[in-house]
Design a protein around this ligand. Structure first.
Ligand code: GLN
Length: 308
């Protein structure tokens, strides 16, 4: 079913777009610095297959941190709850996503799977004999969630991050020293940077958000893509840690499970209702899409979306 342009969404996009000038595109991954800071688009995907949108929804977005929710779902299915949470915690940190600070004060186990340290441990847990095997497993799962077999990854973004990921390398070496990670760091970073570079448009993001919103079932054919418990755990992390160290304010102002990435993407899952995909690469100082947040705030107020 083609995605319908919505006049009401378009008005929200125009209002929120004014805030793009307050943000900056991420450039610590050099390739991401090429994005146009003025872009803003949104798609909403309903369980009956309907879709509404505004803005240029054909632009491709790399998932970046949004991929952390999906890799978590995969390892929870592959390894089980106990194995995963013996290696990564469940608590928000209040620190930036790439912070190393708490690792040294805690018993080395990263506090949650949404910060880079925790996400690297999650990616480490993806099963398979080679990086290629493991990546294909994750990609297959992403394609199933998005119902789009054409989804791939952006080699330029993956390479650009791989070549500049010294902070993530440092996190990995620390975790390896403490036996939380037991493989070589370079292949793990290869896998992680490919995972972060998986790309799709807002429609894909909205569709994945809808599957989480519907507790892991594809409502169109009744197929269960993940156990409802896995979807529930992922949505809970989206609420408590999904917007990094802005998650508390986000819960108060907007109140829906959501996950952002430094490419400017946001995936939202309004429980039982619909999925949201947003692309707005101008970021605030915490790394969230500045206009994307505004857009979600407008939507949440207008349609009373807060779950609290
Ligand atoms: N690939 C990015 C990184 O590890 C993801 C971070 C993000 O989107 N916040 O730095």
């Amino acid at each position: 079913m083609p995605c319908q342009k919505s006049d009401e969404l378009q008005r929200f996009v125009e209002e929120a777009k004014r805030y793009t000038k307050d943000g900056k595109v991420a450039d610590y991954i050099p390739e991401l610095g090429k994005a146009n800071p003025g872009d803003l688009s949104i798609a909403i995907n309903y369980p009956d297959g309907r879709c509404i949108s505004a803005g240029d929804i054909d632009k491709k977005i790399t998932l970046q941190s949004i991929s952390k929710v999906i890799s978590l779902a995969l390892v929870l299915m592959e390894r089980g709850y106990r194995y995963v949470f013996e290696r990564v915690g469940m608590e928000p940190t209040g620190d930036p996503f790439n912070s190393i600070a708490k690792l040294e004060t805690m018993p080395a186990k990263p506090l949650n799977p949404m910060i880079n340290a925790g996400a690297l441990v999650v990616t480490h847990m993806i099963k398979g004999d080679t990086v290629e095997d493991r990546f294909n497993r994750l990609l297959g799962f992403i394609r199933e969630l998005a119902d789009d077999s054409s989804i791939g990854y952006c080699e330029n973004v993956a390479r650009s991050e791989f070549e500049s990921a010294d902070l993530n390398r440092a996190l990995c070496y620390f975790l390896k020293q403490h036996n939380i990670i037991t493989e070589d760091v370079e292949p793990l970073l290869d896998l992680y940077t490919k995972q972060c570079a998986v790309e799709m448009n807002c429609l894909g993001l909205a569709r994945i958000g809808m599957i989480f919103a519907m507790d892991g079932v594809d409502p169109l054919n009744g197929k269960r893509i993940m156990p409802d418990d896995v979807a529930r755990i992922c949505k809970t992390f989206m609420v408590t840690c999904g917007m990094y160290n802005a998650s508390g304010e986000f819960a108060i102002k907007i109140g829906i499970p959501a996950k952002s990435g430094v490419s400017g993407g946001i995936m939202g899952a309004v429980p039982g209702k619909f999925g949201i995909g947003i692309f707005g690469p101008a970021l605030d100082e915490k790394g969230n899409s500045v206009a994307g947040l505004k857009l979600l705030e407008l939507l949440s107020k207008r349609y009373r979306l807060s779950m609290f």
